[in-house]
Design a protein around this ligand. Structure first.
Ligand SMILES: Nc1ncnc2c1ncn2[C@@H]1O[C@H](COP(=O)(O)OP(=O)(O)OP(=O)(O)O)[C@@H](O)[C@H]1O
Ligand SMILES: [Mg+2]
Length: 244
């Protein structure tokens, strides 16, 4: 059977920093309508991979494809216009602005002016922020600030939403609510989510597939059940004196 062209594909990518190979011989794809987890012990190359696929780093070798078209070396702006949008680990919100204005920023360039207000409302509703639109983002509780930064990124309705440790510092209730949003992004909007995350329980719960990195290479890939049982994965985590 002919398989569909993946939304995103990395083929044999590598990135070195001086003499250090942070990522090498890495190939994987992001499919339509999936939550894909990218995990691995500290220093495994997750953030480097994240920066490579979002255009913040250029691969030292290998190629990236979006919808089958070569996207290697494209700027982050071009990549986001092609539908792959990322968040930053330490949030990307404007602290002195309202929640509504923050989400509005995410729609600029993606939508005609007349459609933006409705998009802000719809996005706020998705993230449970409808009652907070007029509040100043910077004084919201930490968990809500994290939701606002994801809401900004999803306001343009990217086909792939890439999230760098979005669950850090969230309590159990907030984690559950955020995982729920990821499922709705997939099921109701048909987008895909790439999740770089240390919260293993959450990853196992929400991901359709997982890619495990170790020493910059792919150690394993599969469903949460396959990954959970994989002796190489267990060994890598135990051997790495994993601190999270
Ligand atoms: N800009 C850089 N310059 C030099 N070395 C780097 C740079 N970025 C990453 N590295 C190195 O590349 C390797 C992979 O780092 P990376 O940050 O991608 O790992 P990670 O999986 O995100 O780790 P963590 O779980 O701690 O966030 C590490 O050895 C790191 O020190
Ligand atoms: Mg990292």
């Amino acid at each position: 059977m002919q398989t569909a062209t993946p939304l995103f594909e990395a083929k044999d990518i590598a990135r070195s920093f001086g003499g250090l190979l942070a990522v090498s011989e890495l190939s994987f794809e992001i499919r339509e309508r999936e939550v894909l987890g990218l995990i691995g012990p500290n220093g495994a190359g997750k953030s480097t991979t994240f920066n490579l696929i979002s255009g913040f780093y250029t691969p030292t070798r290998g190629r990236l494809f979006i919808d089958g078209a070569d996207a290697t070396g494209m700027s982050p702006e071009r990549i986001s216009r092609k539908g792959l949008v990322r968040t930053f680990q330490h949030g990307s919100l404007m602290r002195s602005m309202s929640v509504a204005d923050n989400i509005l920023i995410g729609t600029l360039g993606a939508l005609p002016r007349a459609e933006r207000a409705e998009r802000v409302r719809e996005t706020a509703g998705l993230f449970g922020l409808q009652g907070r639109l007029d509040e100043i983002a910077g004084i919201l509780p930490h968990g809500l600030q994290r939701l606002v930064s994801i809401a900004i990124a999803f306001a343009s309705r990217p086909r792939i939403l890439c999230l760098d440790e979005p669950l850090t510092g969230l309590n159990q209730t907030e984690v559950a609510a955020t995982l729920d949003v990821f499922e709705r992004i997939r099921d109701e909007f048909g987008s895909s989510v790439l999740l770089v995350e240390h919260n293993m329980k959450a990853v196992m719960q929400v991901c359709d597939r997982i890619v495990v990195l170790h020493h910059g290479r792919m150690l394993a890939t599969g469903t949460p059940d396959e990954i959970r049982r994989d002796p190489r994965v267990i060994e890598a985590y135990l051997g790495a004196n994993h601190g999270h």
